[in-house]
Ligand binder design. Structure first.
Ligand code: IPM
Ligand code: MN
Length: 370
């Protein structure tokens, strides 16, 4: 799996004002994926009813079941079709009967790489009435965004074994950091921080004291790009300190930019402090081509088909998708409806089975508030 620049993909302007219909590929995927996706689509349908644009949903049955039946994970023909979409909405990947790694690498990571989705965008927001494990933190204290590089680093698949299975075996897993890859991610992060217009502080999360090659490159790229953004304050924190502050004083952060592996880890920490996987949404972005949005919670096999899983993360991911296709007013409508649903007190908890509402009822509630 190598990063591709994907020069052949359509790099059209995303905010074409004359565009009124958007083609969205829907991959329900495994476990509870299809259930949460269904609620996300319900909310999007409520949005388009009141807006001047249409969404055309095209379903793809990718995931563990298809792999078990046919051995196919992501056929090239499907990949070509996905490249023509305006966006992709993904439920979850991961099947209890499929060895871990096969679907993750063959589907999720392959899509990220093939579509060159070089940004992983993860807002970390504590909504009203949501319980955080952090003592004395309230909404407003936890409100930052992690921008994770999504196509390089330890995820590049570079490395190999020597003398595997012997007492002298060697395993190498290389972190690939290109100047181009780091810089485009950093530049996106500066732009994002400027547009977000809150504290206007961008923190580079790295490990310059130990990873003296990889983060030397990142740090130089960061401070060079920073000169183009005099209105944004560049800031630096080691990844271990970042974890500490995310727990101790999360209000410090505005936007964090980091590499693929550190980003993977700190965004799970972020999901927990904002109330768990039930509310954590993410986007895999190619700002010039096709992006993909997903709740980050996974397939939750034990809750599958029981109508008890929390769809809010999928609904929030659907909202983020509206922003990316160039419909920020629709994104705001979804965000506001989720906010109002949580403020209403009707949702008892974000944990599966403890919400006081079914999956379907949660979707109905948010849709009714659009
Ligand atoms: C994520 C996930 C993936 C990752 C897995 C499923 C491959 O944990 O989106 O953060 O490690 O990137
Ligand atoms: Mn992860």
């Amino acid at each position: 799996m190598s990063p591709t620049l994907n020069a052949s993909s359509p790099k059209q302007a995303k905010t074409d004002p004359s565009k009124t219909t958007y083609k969205i590929a829907v991959i329900g995927g495994d476990g509870t994926g299809p259930e949460v996706v269904r609620e996300g689509l319900k909310v999007l349908n409520a949005v388009t009813k009141k807006s001047g644009f249409k969404l055309e949903f095209i379903n793809y049955d990718l995931g563990g079941e298809r792999y078990k039946k046919t051995g196919e994970i992501l056929p090239d023909s499907v990949l070509s079709e996905l490249k023509t979409m305006d966006s992709i909405f993904l439920g979850a990947i991961g099947h209890p009967d499929v060895k871990p790694g096969i679907l993750e690498k063959g589907l999720l990571l392959r899509l990220r790489f093939e579509l060159d989705q070089y940004i992983n965008l993860r807002p970390v927001v504590l909504y009203p009435n949501v319980e955080t494990p952090l003592a004395n933190k309230k909404p407003g204290d936890i409100d930052f965004v992690v921008i994770r590089e999504n196509t390089e680093g330890l995820y590049s698949g570079a490395g190999g074994f020597l003398r595997r299975g012997t007492v002298h075996e060697v395993a190498l897993q290389d972190s690939i950091n290109t100047r181009m890859g780091a810089e485009r991610c950093i530049r996106y992060a500066f732009e994002y921080t400027r547009k977000r217009n809150k504290k206007k502080m961008l923190t580079l999360c790295g490990k310059t004291n130990v990873l003296t090659f990889a983060f030397d490159l990142w740090e130089r790229a960061f401070y060079e790009v920073a000169k183009e953004y005099p209105d944004v304050k560049p800031d630096y924190a080691h990844v271990d300190a970042t974890c500490m502050w995310m727990v101790k004083n999360p209000e410090y952060f505005d936007v964090i930019v980091t590499d693929n592996m550190f980003g993977d880890i700190i965004t799970d920490l972020g999901a927990m402090i904002q109330g768990g996987m039930g509310i954590a949404a993410g986007g895999n972005l190619n700002p010039e081509a096709v992006s993909m949005f997903e709740p980050i919670g996974g397939s939750a096999p034990k809750y599958t088909g029981r109508n008890v899983i929390n769809p809010l993360a999928a609904i929030c991911a659907a909202g983020m998708m509206m922003d990316e296709i160039g419909r920020p007013e629709a994104a705001q409508a979804v965000e506001k409806a989720v906010f109002t649903a949580l403020s209403s007190g009707k949702i008892k908890s974000l944990a599966a089975g403890k919400m006081g509402l079914t999956t379907t009822e949660m979707g109905d509630l948010v849709a009714s508030l659009i």
